[in-house]
Write a protein that binds this ligand. Sequence first.
Ligand SMILES: Nc1ncnc2c1ncn2[C@@H]1O[C@H](COP(=O)(O)OP(=O)(O)O)[C@@H](O)[C@H]1O
Ligand SMILES: [Mg+2]
Length: 345
Amino acid sequence: MAIDFLHQQKGDDMAYQKKQKDDEEFSAGAKAGEGMTVEDLPGVGPKGAQKLKQAGYEDLMSIATASAGTLASVCEIGIPTAEKIINAARDKVDIGGYKTADLVLEKRKDIGKITTGSKSLDALLRGGLETQSITEGYGAFSSGKSQLGFQLSINVQLPKEKGGLNGKCLFIDCEATFRPERIQQMAEAAGLDAKKILKNIFVGKAYNSDHQVLLLEKSKDLIKEQGIKLIIIDSLTAHFRADYTGRGELNPRQQKLNKFIHKLQNFADTYNLAVYVTNQVMARPDIMFGDPTTHVGGHVVGHGTGVRLYLRKSKQTLRIARLIDSPHLPEGEAVFKVTEKGIED
Ligand SMILES: Nc1ncnc2c1ncn2[C@@H]1O[C@H](COP(=O)(O)OP(=O)(O)O)[C@@H](O)[C@H]1O
Ligand SMILES: [Mg+2]
């Protein structure tokens, strides 16, 4: 017993010493703390800055809004060190603070909408998919999640009077289900120049959850330069589910997913663009009797996303969309069709 305890303590000491060493390495060569880049933060040396950037903390804002626990674990440093760095970043950036509601309303006036192609679905969404927020389409296999994404990637390019935003689309394909032929078919059915439509859709194929995160992080310049008005993640959760399967891995998975969703929201706000993510619900027998709307990403997805659309298959081409937990839209249902032409009534 006593020996075990000693062993344990020795292990703890070694772990502590290793952390201390990590912390020292992290801070080696740190500057006094002037300037506005990650390298300039007090307590962050070149090695530390590199670690932070690798973990996705590329600017002061992302550090200022991070939690000490997450930062400590992804950068392998102690919590006190993480807290010090976060506080230093908070001193340097304007983290928003309070705004009067009239200014919030002013910003919301810039919200643009993208038609879904179905009048009934548009009516449910009060005009279509909104910019400045994330819309999640979730449902079983074949419920129309990807088809809606394809249609939106076309419709965002339409002029405003036709229900578009005159913008381009960024598409992160996580399930290898992106089909340009299908988009071509939909565009031609709408009498559009399909080649031009396809040229305005930037596709990134994500091979795993880390790659998915990286693709989004590296998209900032593309978004700015190309005038991206819609980001699609199809699907948001599949890689995260596959990459984190063991017990005890749920927490890191949710943290990483949470961070990814925050990044999406940040892009939606900063560039006034729309985000559409899909999420596949696993077929579960208890769904028949329980709540049919519970979905796999768990609460992170539920709270992080703005509008949640539960999609389900009905007879033949018919699909039913139900609006769940929207902060500003009443709950309701819409019936639409997925046909050769795309999404329609
Ligand atoms: N070219 C097409 N013509 C007509 N219907 C299509 C076409 N392509 C796909 N669909 C319809 O869309 C369904 C697949 O929907 P999809 O959005 O890809 O599913 P998921 O929800 O799994 O992403 C098919 O079962 C079919 O009903
Ligand atoms: Mg799909």
